[in-house]
Design a protein around this ligand. Structure first.
Ligand SMILES: Cc1ncc(COP(=O)(O)O)c(C=O)c1O
Length: 975
């Protein structure tokens, strides 16, 4: 290829050799087959016809030449070698922990787990749903509350979610202030200050231990256990006073500490939040880590994020599915409980398995060891005359040194000995013990604090220590209640058992390692092994987010390079990698817009225009950024209705803050008048937010920053190959034009010191740990590979649309009747004629071995198909064959051969237990149920046939009888 991405006759988009040829499914030959079917001579001709010339970028991407896989790993090793791995005793919400190798290998490094999608299709997601239900059960038990969700994005944003929840739930006092204990992590303080300001919530930070609750009406109170200072406090009195005054109470808590300490629920709190990182998840330079939220019953309908519940399938088997989805943004849009979509599911699975593996006794044992070490340190330090900030603690001992210089000496000595400590303020040092702390570190700490001249002399010091009382906190705080009593937390102790449990769960699910996942808007493409390789290297995974800057040069260089490359790809001036999901990117981007208007004395600009077809997160993020939503209608042809746009702009003179559009639109179409849309909004004084979730259709061909956008978020877990992990990790960088750069999210460390914009997550680089994946993808593809990938994504989507047009018409097309990288198949006429719905088709596709396409988004009654560039033609043909066969089954219903209710479509999916049951009274054969196309049973036997573990799940039943923790084993007994 001579030119990449420029409009012009020379662009041929052929697949470069090397990694790009392995990333992509099509070959030169199969591409030609697809082009022939579409009637285009070349890929270049197809791209010319599909992508409006008005948006095409004028020059190829300016990226370095592509690297091979081995050269990429070498480059990553060079970055890694610039990071210094230390023993991390900084704490502050991030702790060393041992990831059991069996979990590292079989979950975090296993494509069966990391390539799975969010479990919206529960019948093919029973394995990961069980893992997440274990997580919920573990969190609910440890926090002493009734119901926990399946993960939030990080601890600081989880506290923000709790504040919003308190306001929603406490209607009477919704306008009153929220009181936050001053002993809260500074990063949490920085994040919640920004979030509260955006929606007009007054926060009052108070030293509650010293001063008690302030005067005035209080909507909610936020406490932390243990506090930022490490202090463990009996919070009962404070909580009861708060509740007497009508407030709700949230406690940000440490899960490991809760194995020993009376949990928040038992102390009277309504809500507990926190991070599950120290349950076996690496530090990852700050993330991804799963946060959690647990609530008392009565608040479950207010929960943000995903909630797994127990229901039953068509034969009455207990089965799992996502519960109470009507709270969520994809249904309730601006009225949703939060904007959270992708969260940190894979990390929640890892933490859940850590709980399963260790069980309650194992966790308590770890906690007691951690506590004993902290206590021993406190004793020797106190004995030597050091002043401790708190005598009551779990794992964190803070020491007030005489002055800054003395603190400096200790920090430097510790660092020299390979240990990072926390500098809390000029003269205060924090030390947090954790699961990885050994005697060696204990000796080195004594040495660093100047208690001994040589570490080896410390043994004697510690030997002399005698503890008074059972723990370094009052007896009333000792946890008496049991937790994690469910058999799942007692059944797995040997590695063999763990390996088999993980394999059993993985085998219940369909992930990308078994089948194409043709989910429109989600871009389920290859997550290559080389891309994944570096993330668990200790030089990346073992770095604490608040490690001194001089130790993290490699991380910061990699991130800067990635940000620059993403800016080049998108055509924006700068990129912040901080948001840890698309939804957070939207929030950060909209906040930048809001701040920009405020800085221009344009405070009245508070309306965000959002097209009817937008993703639900758009509207809910706008609300969180303090904006009001006005919906812009969709024209007949699926484009933005320009007349309605004008009407909406006209109806709100001088109030338009922004429009949020997705490009290509969520209809899978390149709208040729996008520049005009941008211009009209700009003319009205508004900013243009282009949702970059569909960037897989743009890379190398067009840049949102160039054709009219002021800001975009990208989903690195889509276009840039970070795996979906069954619903996260995510990374949602926000990219902005020059005039918005100053409003990008600030660093949580800097925010408390300056008036920099508020951060949106706990750490400067959000889900940093997975960034080497996207970096490697960009490095290995190079400009030509990336552009070729985009062209092939278009080719495959158009091929599917064309091949299926006689069966399922494509709802919207753009120029020359072509789609972008996905197509919406319209089933509404078929449904009218047969009673078979798009959902039935999704379930039936499971019997054919497929994960369903995107159902009912953005148009009810349709399926949105996105094959991506990674699928080869054989897999695409397999999908087409399945869809055509399904159509024939629908036709049988239309023709009266089957009654709809008795058709294989309504009964789908078919587990083995159903197909092999002695009784069979269906109007179709067992063969048709399970092996509907020859491809599935090959030459008479079916080695690869996937059987779902359950049949169709009754979602409504689960919502009516809400159970969100592990059911008793008897529930699974054969009746
Ligand atoms: C168009 C669009 N916008 C925004 C999002 C939100 O991204 P995330 O799930 O990472 O929060 C999605 C996610 O599917 C999407 O498809």
């Amino acid at each position: 290829m001579t030119l990449s991405g420029t409009s012009g006759a020379a662009a041929d988009y052929s697949i470069p050799t090397g990694f790009p040829a392995r990333h992509m499914g099509p070959t030169a030959t199969s591409s030609q087959t697809m082009l022939d079917a579409l009637g285009y001579e070349s890929l270049s001709a197809l791209v010319e016809a599909a992508v409006p010339s008005s948006i095409r970028q004028g020059a190829p991407l300016n990226l370095p030449p592509a690297l091979s896989e081995s050269a990429t790993l070498e480059a990553l090793r060079r970055y890694a070698s610039q990071n210094q791995v230390k023993t991390q005793m900084i704490g502050q919400g991030f702790y060393g922990s041992h990831t059991p190798s069996v979990i590292l290998r079989n979950v975090l490094e296993n494509p069966a787990w990391y390539t799975a999608y969010t479990p919206y299709q529960p019948e093919i997601s029973q394995g990961r749903l069980e893992a997440l239900l274990n997580y919920q059960t573990m969190v609910a038990d440890l926090t002493g509350l009734d119901i926990a969700n399946a993960s939030l994005l990080d601890e600081a944003s989880a506290v923000a979610e709790a504040i919003l929840l308190m306001r929603r739930a406490n209607k009477k006092l919704a306008q009153a202030k929220v009181v936050v204990d001053a002993d809260i992590f500074p990063q949490t303080r920085a994040v919640i200050a920004g979030r509260a300001e955006a929606v007009g919530i007054e926060l009052e930070f108070v030293d509650l231990a010293a001063d008690g609750l302030p005067e005035g009406e209080i909507c909610g109170v936020v406490l932390q256990q243990p506090g930022n200072s490490g202090a463990v406090r009996d919070q009962r009195e404070l909580i009861s006073q708060a509740k007497e005054r009508g407030a709700l109470v949230t406690v940000a808590a440490d899960l490991l500490a809760l194995t020993l300490i009376t949990p928040p629920g038992e102390q009277g709190a309504d809500i507990a939040v926190g991070s599950s990182q120290r349950f076996g998840v690496p530090l990852f330079f700050g993330g991804p880590h799963a946060a959690f939220m647990a609530v008392c019953s009565g608040l479950q309908r207010q929960l943000p994020g995903r909630l797994v519940g127990v229901s039953k399938d068509a034969e009455g088997r207990p089965s799992y599915r996502l519960a109470l989805q009507t709270r969520e943004q994809h249904i309730r849009r601006e009225k949703a409980t939060s904007n959270i979509c992708t969260a940190q599911a894979l990390l929640a699975v890892a933490a859940s398995m850590y709980g399963v593996y260790h069980g309650p006794e194992g966790l308590a044992q770890i906690a007691r060891r951690v506590h004993t070490q902290a206590r021993a340190l406190a004793e020797v330090l106190g004995g030597a005359g050091h002043q401790l900030v708190s005598a009551s603690f779990f794992d964190t001992v803070q020491v007030r040194m005489p002055d800054a210089e003395a603190a400096e000496v200790v920090l430097a000595k510790a660092e020299g000995a390979g240990i990072n400590l926390r500098r809390v303020d000029a003269a205060t040092i924090g030390v947090s013990t954790d699961e990885t702390t050994t005697t060696r570190e204990m000796y080195l700490l004594a040495y660093a604090f100047g208690l001994v001249e040589k570490p080896s002399q410390a043994a004697e010091l510690y030997d002399r220590v005698e503890f008074e009382g059972e723990y370094a906190f009052v007896d009333e705080l000792i946890r008496e209640s049991e937790y994690m009593t469910h058999p799942v937390f007692h059944a797995v102790r040997s590695e063999t058992q763990m390996m088999r449990y993980l394999r059993k769960l993985a085998d219940r699910d369909l992930a990308l390692d078994r089948t194409m996942i043709p989910l429109g808007s989600c871009t389920m493409k290859l997550n290559a092994a080389t891309e994944m390789e570096a993330i668990s290297w200790p030089e990346f995974a073992g770095i604490h987010p608040y490690a001194p800057e001089h130790q993290t040069a490699g991380w910061r260089a990699l991130i800067e390079d990635l940000q620059n490359k993403l800016a080049e790809v998108t055509g924006y001036a700068a990129v912040s990698i901080q948001p840890n999901a698309g939804s957070q990117g939207e929030y950060a981007g909209l906040l930048a817009i809001r701040q920009y208007h405020l800085a221009n004395d344009d405070a009245a600009r508070d309306i965000c225009l959002i097209p009817a077809s937008a993703h639900g997160t758009n509207a809910s993020s706008a609300v969180l950024a303090g904006l009001q939503v006005a919906v812009v209608a969709t024209a007949e042809d699926g484009t933005i209705d320009l007349a309605d746009l004008d009407a909406k702009i006209g109806a709100h003179p001088d109030r338009i803050a922004a429009i949020m559009i997705t490009y290509p639109s969520t209809h899978g179409v390149y709208e040729s008048d996008v520049r005009e849309v941008c211009k009209r909004v700009h003319d009205a004084g508004g900013q243009v937010y282009i949702d970059g979730a569909n960037l897989n259709a743009l890379v190398g061909l067009a840049q949102p920053g160039e054709f009219g956008g002021d800001v975009s978020h990208l989903n690195l877990h889509k276009t840039f190959c970070i795996p979906h992990g069954g619903g996260g990790p995510g990374v949602g960088p926000v990219a902005v034009a020059e005039h918005l750069v100053e409003f990008l999210p600030g660093s949580p460390a800097a925010a408390s010191l300056s008036d920099a914009p508020a951060p949106v997550t706990s750490t400067a680089y959000g889900s940093a740990g997975v960034l080497p994946i996207s970096w490697a993808y960009l490095a290995m593809m190079g400009a030509e590979g990336l552009t070729s990938a985009t062209a092939h994504a278009l080719l495959s989507a158009n091929y599917i649309a064309a091949r299926l047009k006689d069966y399922y018409p494509t709802l919207y097309t753009g120029e020359n009747g072509l789609v972008a990288h996905e197509c919406i198949l319209d089933l509404r006429e078929l449904t009218k004629a047969s009673g078979i719905t798009a959902e039935d088709v999704c379930k039936r596709l499971i019997d054919y071995g497929f994960h369903a396409p995107t159902l009912a988004f953005p148009v009810a009654g349709t399926l949105m198909v996105e094959p991506t560039e990674s699928e080869d033609i054989a897999e695409i043909e397999r999908f087409i064959e399945a869809m055509i066969a399904v159509h024939a089954e629908i036709q049988q219903v239309i023709d009266g051969e089957h009654d709809a209710a008795n058709s294989p479509l309504k009964h789908a999916p078919h587990p083995a237990a159903v197909v092999t049951a002695d009784a069979w009274d269906r109007a179709y054969t067992r063969q048709q149920a399970a092996y509907p196309v020859p491809g599935l049973n090959g030459a008479g036997f079916a080695p690869d046939k996937y059987f779902p573990p359950v049949s169709r799940i009754d979602g409504a039943h689960g919502d009516r009888n809400l159970v969100c923790s592990c059911p008793a084993p008897e529930a699974f007994e054969v009746r």
